[in-house]
Design a binder for this molecule. Structure first.
Ligand code: G6P
Ligand code: MN
Length: 452
């Protein structure tokens, strides 16, 4: 099988490739086509992957190109993880908002909207290319904000594109680990939008074991979520929130700590990754090790302050071992490919079309819910309806996402203004206007999209 990686010169590629190297079942990926707009980064990544492949006689063949059709043609799967505007764009996503005392973050809040506006046209165009040159391909979209981007791509590809995220399954894995549950016997009752969801029940052989975990000071306190949200708040909710809900429930704290830390996550990554590409481009060997060492570097961030640790976000502390991300999004991607191409039916929490699962949201809205996936495709499982708080937040954010898609596809500044102004984390239309002006001014790729 051929796997095409959009954004192949980026930092996520080695995680994906390593997961492929360890996959020995059949059919498996035999060819990986990296696509990126940046030749230097592509060259560096080919060097990294080639080193990683040493000792694997059947390592997937590698090609790299800046030509999208060439990379896409004949693919069975496409993994998309690209960043329009690069890390400089991510820094602006964060800083424009923080300068206005509003959350500045890659995916949550106005930063995620600015990121979506410039990314949607690129990804919709990629979707058209895929439809034409690889009509049978399944697309695993990890390009953020994954829910919005997937929804936009579905207008072209329908159910052949699904959005993936490592946070719901990561949460599930940690809960199962803490309680000593056999993963295969667990059903995670999770509901939400991407980066905005709740683990409501953990069913083990039909019995909900979540209440026991919530009542257990030691176990809940050992979880990153327990430390970040506080045991009392998780108990009040009666569900474990996705880590990204920290930005909603503790918004002021989050903004304050990011500002106080003096360096955003984007600042940190821009600094460390720029250094990596410069050094790797000049190196003759040792680039895989250099990549590994760069990934292992930690930024002192708001989360570190919130929980007295050194990780960037909750969840990562327990993910020890040589390559934690293999278990993460790369593991999710591998699971999707195995389920579809080998008909290994499994339940996975994915971003798919709602189709009535959440009655309060449109049929074609992308939601993040447990699905059954196999050779017949991906189908959301029926679930209990979210409560009013959850429904309300999801509905509000979904409307914001739709204004964002409309803004990106029509170029309308009015749609963009509505998106910023209606976002639950933006508390005034005046601020929304300043956000829009700031993003237009600071991010050329946003200005190029919003032209009317
Ligand atoms: C997790 C999330 C992704 C997000 C990433 C940020 O994997 O699920 O959606 O993009 O973290 O990681 P980074 O290292 O780029 O801050
Ligand atoms: Mn994610």
């Amino acid at each position: 099988m051929k796997l095409c990686v959009l954004g192949g010169g980026g930092f996520r590629t080695p995680h994906v490739y390593q997961a492929l190297l360890r996959d020995t079942a059949s059919p498996r990926v035999e060819e990986v086509a990296l696509y990126d707009v940046d030749e230097v980064r592509l060259r560096v990544m080919v060097a990294v992957l080639t080193e990683l492949a040493a000792g694997f006689p059947d390592a997937p063949r590698l090609t790299a190109t800046t030509n999208l059709p060439e990379a896409v043609e004949g693919s069975d799967y496409v993994f998309a993880a690209l960043r329009v505007g690069g890390l400089e764009g991510r820094r602006c996503d964060e800083h424009v908002a923080l300068d206005l005392d509003v959350l500045g973050q890659e995916t949550t809040g106005p930063g995620g909207l600015a990121y979506a506006i410039r990314t949607i046209p690129v990804m919709v165009e990629a979707a058209r290319t895929i439809k034409k040159l690889a009509p049978g391909a399944f697309v695993m979209n990890f390009t953020n904000p994954a829910g919005i981007i997937t929804e936009a791509m579905q207008t072209v590809l329908g159910d052949r594109v699904l959005g993936i995220c490592d946070t719901p399954s990561g949460l599930g894995r940690r809960v199962a680990g803490l309680l000593g549950l056999e993963p295969d016997r667990v059903h995670m009752d999770y509901v939400g939008l991407n980066h905005l969801g709740w683990m409501r029940r953990v069913l083990y052989d039909g019995r909900d074991v979540l209440p026991g975990l919530l009542a257990d000071d030691d176990r809940l306190g050992a979880m990153e979520e327990g430390q970040v949200f506080g045991l009392d708040w998780i108990r009040a909710l009666g569900a474990i929130p996705n880590e990204y809900l920290y930005y909603y429930y503790f918004n002021r704290d989050a903004v304050r700590s990011i500002v106080a830390s003096g360096e955003t996550r984007g600042d940190f990554l821009a600094r460390t990754q720029t250094e990596f590409y410069e050094r790797a481009a000049a190196a003759v060997d040792g680039v895989a090790e250099l990549w590994r060492a760069t990934v292992a570097r930690r930024s002192a961030s708001y989360m570190a302050e919130a929980k007295g640790g050194t990780q960037d976000r909750p969840g990562r502390a327990e993910e020890s071992g040589p390559d934690p991300a293999d278990e993460g999004y790369a593991g999710v991607a591998l699971g999707v490919m195995a389920a579809i191409s080998r008909n290994e039916r499994q339940a996975m929490i994915l971003n798919v079309r709602n189709r009535g699962t959440i009655a309060a949201l449109p049929e074609d809205a992308v939601v993040e819910v447990p699905t059954m996936i196999d050779a017949n495709g991906v189908h959301p499982l029926t679930a209990d309806q979210p409560d009013l708080h959850q429904t309300g937040l999801m509905a509000q954010v979904k409307q914001v996402e739709r204004h964002t898609v409309a803004a990106a596809l029509t170029g309308s500044k009015t749609e963009a203004l509505q998106a910023f102004a209606l976002h639950p984390l933006v508390d005034s239309v005046t601020v929304a206007k300043d956000l829009l002006a700031g993003y237009l001014d600071r991010i050329p790729e946003v200005a190029a999209v919003l032209t009317r």
